[in-house]
Ligand binder design. Structure first.
Ligand SMILES: *Cc1c(COP(=O)(O)O)cnc(C)c1O
Length: 398
């Protein structure tokens, strides 16, 4: 089948986990930047940072090359160094913990609250805080707020920093306040399959002037000024005031982000409607648990759609059935970090039963703003079919 002109040109599953379509004005913003001759970090990056800070309501937004870089700079901003510990969930993308190790510190893994809420459990976090704990990182799983109000109170009482991994949750809120503004710093991702994407990119948001200033220096080799300010004559030399990295973003990506920021709320609104429709259709399928509550959808950014099988034995067969019989892609969010070779080899075996139980039963089904109802019906039909086969097989065996 020849795809319609506005669709992507990649061959893949009938219903992919995620799909991206760029509007003509978004493509034009990138082309204009390329034509301008200024490709590295410059005026478009500054414009995007100003727009994103205003959107969030933070004093500072520092755009970088990835969320991983933003997490690294956030941990450094919290004073994390060799010998320190940072408490992170195990059910998150491995970057949340890897960036702790960049600082020479040790990630300490906390449990999730449970199958209805895979956010980090504040009680377990409290029990893990010790003399070496420098920070806690909360991840807003799938765009639903972690308990950052409780965690903030806990961290304040113990004199440690709260960092938010907001990779899933641009524009999501808790109590009317945007996620990414509860802790010392919030780290956003603009990776290709994230809600606000440009390919590779990230951003550190903070109200703390010193954390922002250090992040600005460290993203560009510790230098006191950048190429754009020297080009415009604002500065004519620089000092390297401290250590640094090359964590710069470039202006074509910043231009794409600025153009796409305008449609962020529309995209999230479509995702919310799709998630509510998914929830009502999935509710009748035996053997499936749908995490979170209908009432949570309104304030979530709805990054992905997790579902859990009640019998972990069904996870693999259901995923294979979706792929092979219905051409529906699914994913696992996430294999628990504490079980990865790179973690077990260094920190030893650890037991986190709720996190491991989640990883044995979760699958993520397709969700993106322009997912059609037909595609959605196909996904739900495939899940229902897969589950009825599983029950049929179990019944036949009994
Ligand atoms: C995607 C993601 C990251 C890393 O983002 P990059 O921009 O690819 O570095 C970190 N944390 C979570 C929870 C993510 O989903």
């Amino acid at each position: 089948m020849v795809p319609p002109p506005e669709s992507g040109t990649l061959a893949g599953p009938a219903v992919p986990l995620f799909d991206l379509r760029l509007r003509p004005e978004e493509l034009a913003a990138v082309a204009d930047t390329l034509r301008s001759g200024w490709l590295t970090m410059g005026p478009r990056t500054e414009a995007f940072e100003a727009a994103f800070a205003a959107h969030l309501g933070t004093r500072h937004a520092v755009c970088v090359s990835s969320c991983t870089a933003a997490l690294h700079l956030a941990y450094l901003g919290a004073g994390v160094g060799p010998g320190d510990e940072v408490i992170v969930p195990s059910i998150t993308f491995v970057a949340t913990a890897n960036a702790v190790r960049y600082c020479g510190a040790t990630p300490v893994f906390a449990e999730i609250r449970g199958v209805h809420d895979p956010g980090v459990d504040p009680e377990h976090v409290a029990s893990l805080i010790g003399p070496r704990t420098k920070a806690v990182c909360a991840v807003h799983f799938a765009g639903y707020p972690a308990a950052v109000d409780e965690l903030r109170a806990l961290c304040d009482a113990r004199g440690i920093a709260l960092i938010e991994d907001v990779a899933h949750a641009p524009s999501a809120t808790l109590g009317g306040r945007k996620l990414g503004t509860f802790g010392l710093a919030g780290a956003f991702s603009f990776f290709s399959n994230k809600i606000l994407s440009c390919g590779e990119g990230g951003l550190l948001a903070t109200d703390d002037d010193a954390v922002a200033a250090a992040a600005r220096r460290m993203r560009s080799q510790g230098m006191s000024s950048g190429s754009w300010s020297r080009y415009t004559g604002a500065t004519d030399t620089y000092d390297a005031a401290g250590p640094g990295f090359n964590y710069r973003i470039d202006d074509p990506r910043a231009a794409l982000l600025l153009a796409r920021l305008e449609h962020l709320e529309d995209d999230i609104a479509r995702r919310r409607a799709l998630v509510l429709r998914y929830r009502s259709m999935l509710a009748g399928i035996e053997g499936i648990t749908v995490p979170f509550r209908d009432a949570d959808v309104d304030t979530s950014s709805c990054y992905v759609m997790p579902i859990c099988v009640r019998d972990p034995e069904q996870q693999g067969p259901l995923r294979r059935h979706l792929r092979d019989a219905h051409s529906v892609q699914s994913s696992l969010f996430y294999p628990p970090i504490h079980r990865f070779t790179a973690y077990e080899d260094v920190y030893g075996e650890q037991s986190l039963p709720r996190s491991e139980g989640w990883a044995r039963s979760e699958l993520t089904i397709p969700l993106f703003g322009h997912l059609t109802h037909d595609q959605q019906d196909r996904v739900v039909g495939a899940v229902a079919d897969g589950m009825s086969r599983a029950h049929g097989a179990a019944g036949a065996g009994a």
